[in-house]
Design a protein around this ligand. Structure first.
Ligand code: AKB
Length: 315
């Protein structure tokens, strides 16, 4: 089923910018409306400024454009959230409640909510975290995402709102820079290899985290949003597994292409956040329900990241 009109919040963010362009390619630019609190990054579709804390503005945008699919991406990530917990809670939680309430009021057909591996903390098997593990997050970002997942499930049960969600791992892409996350190092390291030949890593060398190449993350998002409703058994958020690696492993994979590349490890407050997260997730529900399959491993991702960044620098 092809949506009539698609609206996104947080469009100027790391995933937002790439997702907007993927949706334009798929459904046409006249059918996509990108919104964000910041300025238009230069999308070819319609762009509107929207603060997710402005519910009236959100309802107006959904009504004006008769929105069918609503991607609510705006959020403050894990590392930035620790610097101002109440602001992170307000943006992530009030923003989501505004999105859910507005979606019901405007009879939106489908809603997408990005959750995260940050929902997990103590009490889980970190090496193969089950879909229905206990959620005891340690960051305010994780707390907001765990509560958010439950709100999504509540809106599905109580109002029949067709909300779909993924627990994103760290997402790695060359198109946009991430901001405020604990997994951001895995994007920065590719630029450092090309631009400086050296990287200071804010995590320990042997700290494994689940990650995913942007191409896989965007495909997963669109596949979930296009999946037949009757196949979806998870209405909190689906575990999603891509690639698991440590800083030392990604460094070695880049060093194959840049033999003089060096690295130092200077763990900071983000190490504690990373230590609380799983290293690998059991995503069998996503595979079974809607056919999820990742395509990228570490080497394939490194080759693409490296050539895309080099090509950007030549332009
Ligand atoms: C972060 O590091 O905060 C995010 C995430 C894993 O949700 N990339």
């Amino acid at each position: 089923m092809s949506p009539k009109k698609i609206l996104l919040t947080g469009s100027a963010g790391q995933i937002g910018q790439v997702l907007v362009n993927a949706l334009i390619d798929r459904y046409g630019r006249d059918n996509v409306i990108a919104t964000d609190i910041s300025n238009d990054p230069g999308f070819s579709c319609r762009y509107e400024k929207l603060n997710v804390l402005d519910k009236e503005g959100m309802v107006k945008a959904l009504k004006d454009h008769e929105v069918d699919h609503f991607y609510h991406l705006a959020a403050i990530l894990s590392a930035k959230g620790e610097q101002n917990p109440s602001q992170a809670w307000e943006v992530n939680m009030r923003g989501l409640l505004n999105a859910l309430e507005s979606a019901v009021e405007c009879k939106v057909n489908r809603v997408f909510f990005p959750s995260s591996i940050a929902v997990f903390g103590e009490g889980v098997d970190k090496t193969f975290t089950a879909q229905d593990s206990v959620l005891i997050p340690t960051s305010v970002y994780g707390i907001s995402k765990a509560a958010g997942e439950n709100w999504c499930n509540y809106y599905f049960e109580k109002y029949g709102l067709d909300v779909r969600s993924l627990r994103y791992p760290g997402v790695i892409g060359h198109q946009t820079m991430p901001g405020g996350g604990t997994t951001d190092y895995a994007v920065d390291i590719y630029y450092a290899a090309i631009e400086n030949g050296h990287f200071n890593c804010f995590l320990k060398k042997d700290s494994p985290l689940p990650m995913m190449y942007m191409g896989d993350a965007i495909r997963a998002t669109i596949e979930l949003m296009e999946a037949d409703k009757v196949r979806l058994n998870v209405r909190t958020s689906y575990n999603l597994q891509g690639i698991t690696f440590t800083p030392e492993e990604i460094y070695k994979s880049i060093k194959k292409l840049h033999p003089d590349f060096t690295i130092d490890y200077q763990p900071d407050f983000r190490q504690e956040i990373a230590d609380s997260w799983p290293s690998r997730l059991d995503d069998s529900s996503a595979r079974g329900d809607w056919g999820w399959q990742p395509e990228y491993d570490l080497e394939k991702m490194t080759e693409e990241m490296n050539s895309a960044i080099l090509a950007k620098q030549l332009n």
